[in-house]
Each structure stands twice: as C-alpha cells, then as structure tokens.
Design a protein around this ligand. Structure first.
Ligand code: FAD
Ligand code: DLZ
Ligand code: SF4
Length: 517
C-alpha cells in the first residue's frame, strides 16, 4: 500500500464481501487488516471449535480477498510481533502502512464498540465506523419501533418486519395462511422411526487442518472437543449448508422445532447461526430460500413461517434490544439471583441425564438447538438462581454462534428474566414434566420425573416450586404467573417444607467453579 490510502479492518464475525467497510475499496492504495489475537480468543474461554471455525474462516476470507487483488495484512496468532489485541494490531498497522484514514464496520459487542469510539478519539487519523447493514432492521428502525413501549414483544416487531420487507404476504398484503404465527402447530415430540437428516458437514481442508492443530496446541485446555470438526468455513459452503437445510430439514422444521432426542443433536434444525453471525451467509438469502420453498410447494407454511420468524423476528429483535439498552441492560438482576454456576456446566459430569446430554453434546459440537438451550441448561440455571453474569459467560463461551449481541438478550432476558420482563412476558420456568413431554431424556435418567419429593425425585420438580416460592415477591403480581401462584397457595405446609428441604439438600450437593483442565 502506498501511504495515504485507507486501512480497512475486518473482524472475525465480519466475513462478508459486501461488508460496509470494504465498499469503495481501492486495491491500488488500500489495505485490509485482519488479526487473530489472544484478547479476542480468550475474553471468555471460547469452545475450541469456535476459535477454529473463526480462524479458519478468517484465513479463507483473506485468501478470497487476495485472489481479487486486494492487499491483506493478515496477522496470524503465532506471527512474530503479534501484540495480542485488536487495539495493538490496529495501531501497529497504522504505523506500518501510514494510511490517511481507517474504515470500520459497527461491531457485534458493546466492549468492541467502546474500543472503536476510543480509536475515534485517540488515533491521529480519521476513523469512520459504518453502520452494519447486513441485518433486516437498522438500529434506528428498531428505535422507532420501540419508541413509547415500556415492554417489548417480539410478535409485534415481527409483524412490522414482515410488512416492511414483504415476506410471506399475499397479494393483498395480508399474512399467508391468514395468520402471522403458526407456533401452536410446532410442538410435536419426535416420533419413533422418524430419522432426521444428517447435518451438513465439510471435510477440513489444509487451512482448517493447520488451524485445528494450532487451536489444539494453544486452546486445548478450554471446555470443548475439536474431534470431528466439520463446519463450513467459506461463504460457498455456508450456502451449500443452506441448500441442504432447505432440501432435507425445512419441511419438518416446524413440527419438531421443540423436540429433543438422545443421539439426535440437530433434528430438523438448520445449524445456520454460526454462518449468519460470522457473515458467511446473508439472512436475506436464508429467508428468501425458505419463502421460495413454500411458494414451490416444497415445505408447509407452519415450517416456513416458523423458520422465517426465527431469523426475521427473533434474531433481529434481540439485536435491537441489545443495542437499544446497552450497556445498562447487562447489569440488571431482577430476581436477585446470586448462586454460583455449578461446575458440571464445564464438565458435563452430572447424573441429571437431560443436562448431561445437552452439555455433553455442547462439548462435542459447540451446538445445541434452541429448546435445549432454553429449557434444559437455561431453565436449570433459572430455577437454581444462578447469578446472570456467570451463566451469560458460559453461553458466550460454549456455542459456535455466540456473540454478545445475540447471546445476552437470550440469556439475560429470555432465560434468566434478569431484565424483569422487558423482553419476555414471563420466565420460561418449567418442571421436569416439560422435558419429559418433549424428549426421551427421562427414560435414561437416574431420577424419576414423576416423583416430586425425596432423593429420587427429578430435581427440576422441587427446584421449580422452590423457584416459584423464592421469587413470589417479584413474580406474584405478573398476570401470566397467576396459575403458578394459585398452585403454590394450594400446596400444604408439609409439601412446601418438603420442596424447600429437597431444594436445599440438592443445592448443598452442588460444586461451583471452573474446573482446571
Ligand atoms: P434454527 O432453529 O434452525 O433457527 C434458524 C435461525 O434462526 C438460527 O440460525 C438463528 O439465526 C435464528 N434464531 C433462532 N432463534 C433465535 C433467537 N432466540 N435469537 C436469535 N436468533 C435466533 N443464537 C445465536 O445465534 N447465538 C447465541 O449466542 C445464542 N445464544 C442463545 C442462548 C440461549 C439461552 C437461548 C435460549 C438461545 C440462544 N440463541 C443464540 C438462539 C438459538 O438458540 C440459536 O440461534 C439456534 O439454536 C441456532 O441453531 P440453528 O441455526 O440450528 O437454529
Ligand atoms: C470470537 C473471535 C475470536 C475467537 N477471535 C477473533 C480474532 O482473533 N480476531 C478477530 O478479529 N475477531 C475474533 N473473534 C470475533 C470478535 O470477538 C468479534 O468480532 C467481536 O466480539 C465483535 O462481535
Ligand atoms: Fe432431567 Fe428430571 Fe428427566 Fe432426569 S428426570 S432427565 S433430571 S427432567
């Protein structure tokens, strides 16, 4: 690069050729900076597959840019002189290339945004941060939606998005099928004999193989296995993953969206979140492909609407909530939950089979589907009263798709109700009955899901009532909790004492902490 060009930073989750900070790039005088840095790889103990996925995807992306004639200053983790932070690498690149300005794209986490604002104040050259327009809804559009609302509800936002973007509408502009949401049809258990498709996988190439060795060497002590790594690391393969889902998963996605089954990690889910969130797949392409399948009669409306609602609705909604309310959003603790996260979240070693299954799968694959996250690991942390920050760190670390903009509202708001009902109208607290209804986990558990007290009773059962009793001050007034408090009020004094006794005994037996190794 000749001095005086533009230095363009591309972060690990900004791997899109349409990225705003790459627009207007002049190959004759601009440089793209990409850096593998310890700071980003360790600010939480990311699952090794997450680090491998991002480093390999970053290296492939840099290769694609170079093939187009772009100059890329790519700093690999073990390159000599690597300072270990985004800040250090940006400053070093400015020294080296003497650009006239820096172009950035708005990031996915508040802490990085704070860093970008520092750069704008402290760097000796202009720093422009461009809006990230790889979403359906801009932050200002979300702000307009939120104006005047004390509580937010995804459903109303989603309808606005359907209208704004003309998705799944009739010629007359009404929702296809006469209703906006077919969720009530999407709660079936997986029937015996129905085999979900195998997930889309890619054989690691030479770049990925090298990265896997690097990650094993440098991050092998983090929770999570690298074995069997098969994620896509390029946009071309991410598009193949989308095609695979549309062909083999979409038609049954709706019916079995909430089901869980041993030995079936992915069921009919798409496993597209890692690609969407890293920039390898455009959410507009995913929504368009699903709508096309519906219009061609290849998938039913409950499935297509359900899938589109996740991307056009939930994904955009949680991002809006995050940017509208940070940094204060992270500090709330409406239920005053202060217990430590049990150590088995980092080992999977527990005799509660549902938790052992989901945490074990997470360790193997860095993936769990929504209901596993919400109703097993999430529900348990809620019932136990784990301090929100501790469980938030866990989710941010262990999933391949986790960045704070999407992780935090899901964990802090949806799971832990730490925002006091701003995002969701009531806590998703449930006893073992829910897990029994939606999975086969209980059939192999040492606890009895039908028992409610004593050492063999399913701990979710008494923890559930203990949660209801412990949080009466905060939740009794919530109209959506009225049934639960009616149940509690009908409970005999002996039964209440048994719940309290069993919960206290169970909690006393838990070990906290991040186990060494
Ligand atoms: P599918 O079930 O196939 O859904 C399709 C797509 O919809 C997903 O790829 C995803 O992009 C989007 N989506 C679905 N639900 C949500 C949601 N609640 N919020 C945002 N997007 C959604 N998703 C993340 O991408 N990153 C996270 O860090 C994350 N943390 C979560 C933590 C908890 C406690 C919970 C309950 C949910 C979390 N989710 C997160 C949302 C959801 O669980 C994942 O997006 C989904 O499991 C990814 O798998 P999939 O691609 O097979 O999804
Ligand atoms: C998650 C991650 C990891 C593990 N490593 C890097 C890295 O070395 N370099 C980089 O640019 N980005 C990385 N990322 C993604 C960033 O953490 C992400 O861009 C920010 O959290 C903002 O969303
Ligand atoms: Fe989980 Fe309870 Fe079922 Fe065991 S019995 S798998 S602990 S819900």
């Amino acid at each position: 690069m000749s001095a005086g060009g533009t230095l363009r930073l591309v972060l690990g989750d900004q791997l899109s050729h349409t990225l705003p900070s790459l627009r207007g790039l002049d190959p004759a005088c601009d440089v793209v900076l990409m850096a593998e840095v310890m700071g980003e790889a360790t600010y939480v103990p990311h699952h090794p597959q997450k680090i491998a996925f991002l480093f390999s995807a970053m290296r492939h992306f840099a290769g694609e840019l170079r093939a187009r004639g772009v100059v890329v200053d790519y700093v690999a983790l073990e390159d000599e002189g690597n300072i270990g932070s985004l800040d250090g690498e940006l400053r070093r690149a400015i020294e080296k290339h003497q650009p006239a300005q820096v172009e950035l794209t708005f990031p996915g986490e508040w802490r990085v945004w704070k860093q970008m604002r520092d750069w704008q104040r402290t760097l000796p050259i202009p720093v422009e941060v461009r809006e990230d327009d790889r979403f359906f809804c801009s932050i200002s559009r979300f702000r307009a939606h939120a104006k005047g609302r004390r509580q937010m509800r995804m459903e109303f936002f989603y309808r606005e998005m359907r209208r704004d973007h003309g998705v799944l509408l009739t010629q007359a502009g009404e929702p296809e099928g006469g209703q906006w949401n077919f969720d009530a049809e999407n709660r079936k258990r997986l029937p015996k004999g129905l085999l979900p498709p195998p997930p889309f996988t890619v054989e690691p190439d030479a770049i990925t193989t090298e990265v896997l060795a690097l990650v094993a060497r440098r991050f092998g002590q983090h929770f999570g296995s690298l074995e069997g790594f098969g994620y896509a690391v390029t946009a071309a393969d991410a598009t193949r993953a989308l095609d695979h889902f549309i062909r083999h998963g979409l038609a049954d996605f709706g019916d079995y969206q909430d089901a869980m089954a041993m030995g079936q990690d992915t069921l009919f889910h798409s496993i597209l979140s890692p690609y969407l969130n890293a920039g390898l797949l455009d959410p507009r392409a995913a929504v368009a492909a699903a709508e096309k399948a519906y219009r061609q009669g290849k998938a039913p409306l409950n499935a297509v609407e359900g899938f589109i609602r996740q991307i056009l609705g939930w994904r955009e909604y949680v991002r809006g909530i995050y940017w509208l309310n940070m940094p204060e959003y992270a500090n709330g603790n409406a239920l005053s939950a202060h217990r430590p996260l049990p150590a088995f979240y980092w080992t999977g070693e527990t005799d509660l089979n549902c938790l052992a299954q989901v945490i074990g799968q997470t360790r193997r694959t860095a993936y769990a589907h929504h209901i596993q996250r919400l109703m097993v690991t999430g529900n348990f942390a809620l019932l136990l009263g784990v301090e929100p920050a501790q469980i938030e760190e866990w989710y941010l670390a262990v999933y391949l798709d986790a960045y704070e903009w999407v992780e935090l509202p899901n964990v802090h708001g949806m799971v832990m109700f730490a925002d006091g009902g701003y995002l969701a109208s009531k806590p998703y607290a449930a006893s073992g009955k829910y897990i029994h209804r939606m999975s086969d986990y209980c059939s192999r558990c040492r606890y009895d899901v039908k028992q409610t007290e004593g050492p063999d009773a399913c701990p979710f059962n008494y923890l559930y009532w203990n949660f209801i009793a412990e949080n009466a001050g905060a939740l009794r007034g919530n109209p959506r909790m009225a049934m639960m408090y009616k149940g509690l009020d009908r409970m005999s004094a002996e039964k209440r004492a048994a719940v309290q006794r069993d919960a206290a005994r169970f909690m006393a037996g838990l070990v906290a902490g991040y186990p060494a190794g």
